[in-house]
Write a protein that binds this ligand. Structure first.
Ligand SMILES: *Cc1c(COP(=O)(O)O)cnc(C)c1O
Length: 209
């Protein structure tokens, strides 16, 4: 799939380029090809790439999509990302909330694959935790949910994890949720069918010939 075909498929949703595979120079190239939202999964990489590009006058919207270590919270806050997609516990929400001096748009990460190795909140606790964060963490502006699809070749399993996340998202819409971030390079077309409105694509953009 070339970039044009990917952009066509993603035309009705927000496309976040997961740029962990590339340096600032390549990010700039893709910006001029029409991408404007980029997501990093390490705070240090985010701050470094942002720093390199800061004098270029690019209207890049930076997302943070990775696991947030507590010793990186201040550095993340300094970056003022447009969206923190990976809030994965009430404890972490409180830790970030406490140090914020502005309102940070945030997604709750759902472990809809029920995988030990994946971070995120268990689906059956998601609604309650979402509302609790909303109530207790006034500097976090919860905008919806994010999930990483089941790591499997079994399409049914992946679909199930997306459906689980979408159901939570549907229930949260009455509380103002409007972002359902799911779908990566291998499963984004399925994610779109399941109701995703934000894709995070990495290898398909940056690693194809
Ligand atoms: C790397 C990454 C992606 C993109 O993964 P690809 O399979 O390369 O498209 C999406 N979300 C997160 C959280 C990532 O770390």
């Amino acid at each position: 799939m070339n970039l044009e075909q990917i952009l066509e498929k993603a035309k009705n949703v927000r496309l976040v380029a997961a740029s962990k595979y590339v340096n600032a120079e390549i990010i700039k190239e893709f910006y001029y090809k029409g991408l404007s939202e980029f997501g990093e999964n390490q705070v240090k990489a985010l701050s470094e790439k942002k720093e390199i590009l800061k004098n270029e006058n690019l209207a890049i919207k930076w997302h943070f999509i990775g696991t947030l270590q507590s010793n990186k919270i201040n550095l993340l806050i300094k970056q003022r990302p447009i969206l923190w997609q990976s809030c994965n516990s009430l404890k972490l929400a409180h830790a970030v909330n406490k140090r914020l001096d502005y309102t940070l748009d945030t997604l709750l990460e759902i472990n809809s694959a029920f995988e030990e190795s994946k971070s995120g909140i268990e689906p059956n606790k998601a609604l309650e935790e979402y509302l609790q964060i909303k109530e207790e963490c006034k500097n976090l502006n919860l905008k919806g949910v994010m999930c990483i699809g089941t790591h499997s070749n079994d399409v049914k399993m992946i679909q199930k994890s997306f459906e689980t996340t979408y159901k939570i998202y549907e229930n949260l819409q009455k509380y103002g949720a409007n972002i359902c971030s799911m779908g990566m390079s291998k499963d984004f077309e399925l994610a779109l069918k399941c109701g995703s409105n934000m894709l995070r694509l990495g290898s398909i953009l940056f690693k194809s010939p």
